[in-house]
Design a protein around this ligand. Sequence first.
Ligand code: ADP
Ligand code: MG
Length: 584
Amino acid sequence: MTKFEALGLDQPLLDAISDLGFESPSEVQEKSIPILLEQETDLVALAQTGTGKTAAFGFPMIQKIQQDSRTTQGLILSPTRELCLQITNELKLYSKYVKGLNVVAIYGGASITEQARQIKRGAQIVVATPGRMKDMIGRNMVDISKIDYCVLDEADEMLNMGFYEDIKDILSNTPQEKFTWLFSATMPKEVATIAKKFMHKPIEITVGSKNAGASTVQHEYYVVGGRDRYAALKRLADANPGIFSVVFCRTKRDTQRVAEKLIEDGYNAGALHGDLSQNQRDLVMNSFRKKQVQMLVATDVAARGIDVDDVTHVINYQLPDEIETYTHRSGRTGRAGKSGISMVIVTRSELRKIKAIEKKIQQEFLSKKIPDGIEICEIQLYHLANKIKETKVNTEIDSYLPAINDVLEGIDREELIKKIFSVEFTQFYNYYSKTKDLNSSDSGKDKGGSKGDIPTEGSVRYFINVGERDGYDWMSLKDFLRDTLNLEKEDVYNVDTKDSFSFFNTDAQLTEFILQTFTDFKLEGRFINVEVSKNPGGSGGKGGKKRRGRKGGGGGRRGGNKSYKGGKKGGYGKKGGKKRQGFY
Ligand code: ADP
Ligand code: MG
């Protein structure tokens, strides 16, 4: 008897499991499957991403559903379209030997009538995002009044994304007697509230310790000046030539910007965020799966649940607002028993956030230094040597060999090696031999630029080089700042527009973020310059010299340069519906 058989699964599922090559159940599967098969009960299961939760609820649901009835009996709610499709695909694989079972995915951004048609043909299991589900209930396109089982998958993230009301509405259309299975990576207050409100005496299971990050992940942080984030990111990539990574930014705008810069600098990068069309997102994800994209720059929402197992590094280009989000980010690596590294680029003033995260994930961070130019050159050199060694010889070249030999005549082996490396390497070396140390020292003296005296307390007044001449009044400038910075209304205040420049205030904890956002910031081709005003009173102006960015620099020559152009340009990040919360 296999371990899966011992859990009580029937033959059609066991056959599918053996086709999938699963050898033994994961811990969350081992704990939930027998309970869900044998008992009619509500369940709360906490387990990290990548632990096999889909099968933990999918196997029992498939086995319990009557496939000879066409009534919708199982509903699975999940936060994003990507996850919704992922779950649907998995369930189809699991149920390939279960005749007559239909699993239908419904999600936004695709034809609602087509989805309604699929439901009408009879879908015993519906996998849905809350938004589209509510929409379809409203239009009588789906009937969930007879379901027996409802799964809330990634419950923490659904609540994070503000789906509480939608979930409540959806559940009010389901029978009282159904059973609810809630799966979540973390257990914040909000999830506990849902469990209490909508579930009846749920059995609780926890895999690993609550809220802990996956332990196969090593956490590292790198302290740099706020304006050196991008340069640091490039070095981290160059120091890890085989990198296959997800790079997280806080806003859609930053995500797009960082991806575009990486592409410009010759990296195989792509952007993934909510301002891209569904089609563009699918393209990027496909390239990422095929590893044509080595660095996927993504927002938290868009990257949620990315099911790619071999991610070597997660890079936090900026830290998220909430610690929970960090857990989700780092969970993108170290999947399927592999090890992974989660790197955080921080400024000195953010170090306390690292402490807060350490406490939450109960794991320590390693403090690491951004490698210097010479180190990176060495790494790249050995990488290239190994690559040459491992390259399979292409015999097509044989017929050209005599001619090539003629050209290279008189050059000995050592010389030849030097030349080959120089061809590949000089540009790289030249770039790095001139670069500075990016590590922010503790002495407070910042080599990164002239920003030494950024205030850290109280309210800070800024100068910005746009004004009424550019068509702004205080209200529209406030809107512009809020949207661009993805801030709440109250975060920006005392906006005061003059003819060709203006002033505004924020609290000091936002200063670094604001200066960083407005480094190299262009609006309709023009550099927007923001500086801390030397005049805290707020009247009178100051010329404000242009703070033009350093050029990114060459640096990243990558093998097989098929740069992926990701998505549409710019577009000022629309304000996400989510409230910023002070978790740290
Ligand atoms: P989670 O929802 O917990 O993040 P998934 O259900 O998406 O995790 O599973 C992660 C990956 O592990 C998937 O590719 C899945 O096919 C695979 N997987 C699930 N269960 C097993 C198992 N018992 N053995 C091997 N691989 C598994
Ligand atoms: Mg999952």
